[in-house]
Write a new protein. Structure first.
Length: 502
C-alpha cells in the first residue's frame, strides 16, 4: 500500500526531541478515522476535534476508511500539538494542499471551531525543528512571544484552521518578524539589600554567593531576616545571556509555565516543604521538570529546610554535584539540567532559639541534635557558605542602611561573573562554584601566605576533601570581587569564616 501523504511534527521526552512522521492513507471501507502509532487518549480524542473543525471550516470529510499513522510506533504520543500536522496531511490526501511540505513542521491543537490553541513546549519544539534541518514551521500565533528571537528558521504563526486552508489554496502566510534579544531585570525587585537593616556579614555572604553561584545556608532564630535576605539575592544576580535565557525558557515552556515570552532574568523558586519529591525533582506520568530544573541558572530557596522530608533533601545531592537530574520511570527516561544555587534557611532547633543571645532555648540537647541531623552531613558539606544569623536590634530597624547601594554591588558582581566567563572560556565550567578538584588545581592559584593559612586551617577545622576545595572556590570568588589575580591570605581568611558551622 502506498502512502500518498506525509507531514512532520515532533514531541519531547524531557528535553530530548523526537521527530514524528504523520502518514495518512484513505481507502475503501467503513467510514472511520483511525489513529495508530501508540497514541495516548489525548491523541485518540483528536479525531473528533479534527473532523468537527474541518467541517466547520467548509471541508467535506470523505466517507472512507482513513488511517493516520504516527511514527515511530514505539514512542507513546501524548501531545495534542500533532493535530495541525494531521490536518495538513489530510488536506494533502484530499488534494487541497499541493505545496511541498518536506521541509515544514506543524504544531498546534485545534478547537472545535477551527481556532488554533496555544501549546506547551513551543520553544523547545521549534529549536528541535531547526536542529533537525527543517526550514519552516507553522505554529499557534498565541505562542509567538517565546520564539520570536529564534534565528535560522522561518516561523509562520496561524490563528485559525482557515489560515492553513487558505495557504493550501495558494495564499501566502505572514512570516513572524524576528525580535532582538534584550536582557531585562525582573519587573521590579520587591526587596533589595538597601531595604535590609544590619546583617553586614549576611549581605556579604549573599554578594559572594551571587558572584560565584555558591550554595548558602543561613541558620538563625525566627524573625532574624533569613527569608528576606534570600529574596534580596534576585536583585544581585546578573541577567542571563541569550543562550542561558533560551535554556531557562525551554524548561518553563515544557512545564507550561511560560506565559509572557522569553524569560530574561534568573528564576527564584521557593517551594513549600510540603512539596512531593516528584514536584521537587520532576517526573510523574509526563516526566515533567521539577522545581530544581525550573530553578536552572537561578536560585532554589528552601525555607525551613529541616522541615523538608529527608528523602527529598538527600535526592538533591546528585543535582548539586552534577548540575543535572535524570528521571527514570516506567514511561521512559528524561534528563533535565538543574544547575542552580541553593539558598537554604533553617532554625537551629525546634523552638528556634538555640545559640541566640536574645532569647533562651527550651529544647533539650537530644531534641537539638535530632532536629539538626535532619540536614545530613554529606548535603551540608555541599553548601559552600554557612553562617549563623542573629536578629537585628529593634532600634535599628527604622533606620535606613547607610552607605549601601545594591546597584553598585550588583555591578561588582557582574564584573566578577565576566571575569569567570573569560577564565573558563572553552571549558565545561561557567562559574567558580562548578569547579571540581581538577578545575581548582588548574584555575585557582594561591599566594604562599594563603597556602600556609589553608594548610594550618585544614589541620584545625573539620574539613572534608570537598570542604577543602570549597574553601578555595569561595576564596577565588572573593578574589574576583576584588579583581585580584591570585587568592591572597585575606581572601582565604574570609572564606574560612563561612565554614565555622561544620
Amino acid at each position: 500500500m502506498l502512502v500518498s501523504s506525509r507531514t512532520y511534527s515532533a514531541t519531547m521526552i524531557g528535553l530530548k526531541p523526537i521527530k514524528i512522521e504523520i502518514e495518512v492513507d484513505i481507502a475503501r471501507g467503513q467510514p472511520k478515522l483511525i489513529i495508530i502509532g501508540l497514541p495516548s487518549r489525548t491523541v485518540t480524542e483528536a479525531k473528533e476535534r479534527i473532523t468537527t473543525a474541518l467541517q466547520n471550516c467548509g471541508v467535506r470529510i470523505k466517507a472512507k476508511r482513513t488511517i493516520v499513522n504516527l511514527a515511530p510506533a514505539d514512542i507513546r504520543k501524548k501531545d495534542s500539538c500533532f493535530e495541525l500536522a494531521i490536518v495538513a496531511s489530510l488536506l494533502k490526501e484530499y488534494g487541497i494542499l499541493s505545496v511541498d511540505m518536506e521541509s515544514t513542521m506543524f504544531f498546534g491543537e485545534l478547537a472545535l471551531n477551527g481556532e488554533i490553541k496555544p501549546m506547551k513546549a513551543a520553544l523547545p519544539l521549534l529549536i528541535a525543528a531547526k536542529s533537525m534541518g527543517y526550514s519552516r514551521v507553522l505554529m499557534p500565533a498565541a505562542n509567538v512571544r517565546e520564539v520570536q528571537h529564534l534565528r535560522g528558521i522561518k516561523i509562520f504563526p496561524i490563528r485559525h484552521l482557515r489560515d492553513l486552508i487558505d495557504f493550501a489554496k495558494g495564499k501566502k502566510l505572514a512570516e513572524l518578524k524576528k525580535q532582538e534579544f534584550i536582557t531585562t531585570a525582573r519587573e521590579k525587585y520587591k526587596i533589595t539589600l538597601d531595604d535590609i537593616s544590619g546583617h553586614g556579614q549576611a549581605k556579604r555572604a549573599l554578594e559572594i554567593a551571587a558572584a560565584g553561584g555558591h550554595n548558602l545556608l543561613m541558620i538563625g532564630p525566627p524573625g532574624s531576616g533569613k527569608s528576606m535576605l534570600a529574596q534580596a539575592i534576585t536583585s544581585l544576580l546578573p541577567p542571563p545571556n541569550q543562550k542561558e535565557a533560551t535554556e531557562i525558557s525551554s524548561i518553563h515552556s515544557l512545564a507550561g509555565e511560560l506565559k509572557n515570552g522569553l524569560i530574561t532574568y534568573r528564576p527564584l523558586r521557593s517551594p513549600h516543604h510540603f512539596i512531593t519529591i516528584t514536584g521537587l525533582l520532576g517526573g510523574g506520568a509526563d516526566l515533567l521538570p521539577g522545581e530544581i530544573s525550573l530553578a536552572h541558572k537561578g536560585v532554589l530557596f528552601l525555607d525551613e529546610i529541616n522541615e523538608f522530608p529527608r528523602i527529598s533533601l538527600e535526592a538533591l545531592r546528585e543535582p548539586l554535584e552534577q548540575g543535572t537530574i535524570t528521571i527514570k520511570r516506567a514511561v521512559g527516561t528524561a534528563q533535565y539540567p538543574a544547575n542552580f544555587a541553593l539558598i537554604a534557611a533553617a532554625n537551629p532547633c525546634p523552638c528556634g532559639y538555640a545559640g541566640s543571645h536574645h532569647r533562651k532555648c527550651n529544647c533539650t540537647p537530644y531534641q537539638i541534635h535530632q532536629y539538626q541531623s535532619k540536614l545530613s552531613g554529606p548535603l551540608k558539606d555541599r553548601i559552600d557558605l554557612q553562617l549563623f544569623i542573629e536578629p537585628v536590634n529593634p532600634q535599628s530597624l527604622t533606620t535606613r542602611s547607610q552607605n549601601q547601594n545594591w546597584q553598585a554591588i550588583a555591578a561588582t558582581i557582574r564584573k566578577a561573573r565576566d571575569k569567570q566567563a573569560q577564565r573558563y572560556e572553552n571549558t565545561r565550567y561557567n562559574s567558580n562554584s562548578e569547579l571540581d578538584s581538577r578545575g581548582v588545581r588548574k584555575h585557582c592559584f594561591l599566594t604562599d601566605e594563603a597556602s600556609k593559612l589553608l594548610l594550618k586551617a585544614s589541620k584545625k577545622l573539620p574539613l572534608t576533601s570537598r570542604g577543602y576545595f570549597s574553601v578555595i572556590k569561595v576564596s577565588q570568588t572573593i578574589a574576583d570581587l576584588t579583581s585580584s589575580a591570585m587568592i591572597e591570605k585575606r581572601h582565604l581568611a574570609e572564606a574560612l569564616q563561612y565554614r565555622m558551622l561544620q
